[in-house]
Design a protein around this ligand. Structure first.
Ligand SMILES: [Zn+2]
Length: 390
């Protein structure tokens, strides 16, 4: 790790992290139920919960829902105190910074958006520090906020806090966490944006109660994050779940990754627009016009979107055949035009998913950009309470 979590975090053991996470995502829940769900003994749960109660992160409720300090009855539910601490989360896109402040349960208390006028590292760091400062000051939350989560697309090394490669920002090996620590005074955790969104889904969204699921995002890029047995798959070299770079068309269009025929080279927003301009012969066709005309029944344009849907369906089938998740959540800004792909995605997926793997539910869920920022805040929550996160 780049540095240890602040000493105030009451994590003392993996059991403590497990107990805290169970109450956070499933609470209020009694010690008896926590023990049953985690396989720990009732005594171990009581021991693990005590420092969190003493530090004000958890409280014990009497059976009627009233607070019952120190009663310690195993059947009394444990609950999170959401206002104990606030967390800042920011998603960096090529055009904007989207920021939120959340409580401990990742419920958004404030949000704001700043346009980026450039991708120069110093400019982005300054703009991000300004945005976070504004959000915390507006809510008078600075005193109870110590952690910042930042979500960036691309190859992000969470442990060292370095953006190794971000194609949309044109960055390589930027020690962003350290720069943001200095600029904000908060402890920063960086995460790949799709992985950050998956943390929020795993703890507070479609992933709750699923031991394995995949989140697939469709838009400027096509990405996925995989959760297996409750843990995010990170890959030995920090890369895993790159569904966008699964090759689905031999000799197909070249991809910015250096490969050919990747899902992203066929189905990203830019790839769709490039193809739409080619088939119509209109070099300045806009995406909005392509969408409107495809919806209006323009067959060649409908086929461009369908071909993108086919590529995504093949990628989803490859993903599901390889790891067999309970469900797949498909999201991202591209979902706004999902009516143009959905049928082909489902048809291709059903044709290529192997045997029972096809029983995996495909959930289509548009998530606003604020949700990505909330994912970044959830990563900050996780960094404070879960040692060796993920
Ligand atoms: Zn590629």
């Amino acid at each position: 790790m780049r540095r240890s979590a602040p000493a105030r975090a009451p994590i003392t053991s993996p059991a403590a992290a497990t107990v805290f996470t169970t109450v956070l995502t499933e609470g209020p829940v009694s010690r008896v139920d926590v023990a049953r769900r985690t396989g720990l003994s009732s005594a171990a749960v009581t021991k693990a919960a005590r420092p969190f109660i003493e530090a004000g992160y958890l409280e014990e409720l009497a059976s009627g829902g009233r607070t019952a300090p120190g009663a310690g009855r195993p059947a009394n539910p444990l609950a999170i105190r959401p206002d104990r601490e606030y967390f800042a989360g920011v998603k960096i896109t090529g055009d904007d910074l989207i920021g939120v402040v959340t409580d401990l349960r990742a419920d958004v208390r404030a949000s704001a958006r700043h346009a980026l006028t450039g991708h120069d590292v110093d400019h982005v760091v300054r703009a991000l520090a300004d945005l976070v400062g504004e959000l915390l000051d507006a809510g008078n939350l600075r005193e109870r906020a110590h952690c910042l989560g930042v979500a960036v697309s691309g190859d992000v090394d969470r442990a060292s806090g370095v953006v190794r490669y971000s194609p949309f920002l044109g960055w390589r090996d930027v020690p962003l966490a350290e720069l943001l620590d200095d600029a904000t005074g908060l402890t920063t955790t960086l995460e790949n944006d799709v992985k950050a969104l998956a943390v929020a889904e795993q703890w507070f969204g479609e992933g709750v109660g699923a031991s394995s699921f995949a989140l697939v995002t469709v838009g400027t890029g096509i990405g996925s994050a995989l959760v297996v047995n409750g843990a995010l798959v990170r890959g030995a070299h920090g890369v895993a779940g790159e569904i966008g770079h699964v090759p689905v068309l031999d000799g197909g269009p070249s991809c910015h990754c250096g490969g050919r025929g990747c899902v992203e080279a066929i189905a990203s927003t830019e790839a769709i627009l490039t193809r739409a301009r080619l088939v119509t012969g209109e070099a300045s066709l806009s995406m909005d016009d392509a969408v409107t005309r495809a919806r209006g029944g323009d067959e060649p344009l409908r086929e461009v979107f369908a071909a993108a849907g086919h590529a995504i369906g093949l990628g989803l089938a490859a993903l599901v055949n390889l790891f067999g998740p309970e469900r797949v959540v498909v999201s991202g800004e591209g979902v706004a035009t999902y009516d143009l792909f959905e049928e082909r995605i489902r048809r291709t997926f059903a044709a290529q998913a192997f045997g029972s793997a096809a029983r995996c539910g495909l959930v289509i869920r548009p998530l606003p950009f604020e949700e990505w920022a909330r994912g970044a805040a959830a990563v900050a929550v996780q960094s404070l309470f879960v040692s060796g996160s993920g």
